[in-house]
Write a protein that binds this ligand. Structure first.
Ligand code: AMP
Length: 121
């Protein structure tokens, strides 16, 4: 699957869809999730056209990878999520439940988040 430049996060990066910018630098942008699943629910995305983590790790530059990792840390700091703890999630591909095909990391915080995965049934 090639990168789809019409995905919603690509449109946010191009300014075609609004988003409240919580953090931005050369390589990353952070904004609140449209449908928050915790009191703090922020998405951090790289600015480059990467579909998911394996695409990002294989094709992004070292500067993009380092900058993106540090950007996540800065957003954790900005939101105060580190005080009580938080969860990072990167859904990738069909089995990962990825809805938007532009790599993103969810930062979830502000309440006890429960089990990592629902029990198998
Ligand atoms: P994922 O399943 O990891 O691909 O999750 C995609 C996330 O993007 C979901 O949690 C959506 O609520 C969120 N989302 C979709 N459209 C927007 C938007 N325009 N602004 C902010 N978040 C969005």
């Amino acid at each position: 699957m090639t990168y789809d430049p019409e995905n919603v996060f690509a449109k946010i990066l191009r300014g075609e869809i609004p988003a409240k910018k919580l953090y931005e630098d050369d390589v990353a942008l952070a904004f609140p999730d449209l449908h928050p699943q915790a009191p703090t629910h922020v998405l951090v995305i790289p600015k480059g056209p990467y579909k998911n983590h394996d695409d990002f790790s294989a094709h992004a530059t070292d500067a993009e990878i380092a900058g993106f990792t540090r950007a996540i840390g800065k957003v954790i700091d900005i939101t105060g999520a580190a005080d009580q703890g938080y969860r990072l999630i990167a859904n990738c591909g069909a089995h990962g439940g990825q809805e938007v095909p532009h790599y993103h990391v969810h930062i979830l915080a502000g309440r006890k988040l429960g089990r990592m995965l629902p029990s198998a049934s």
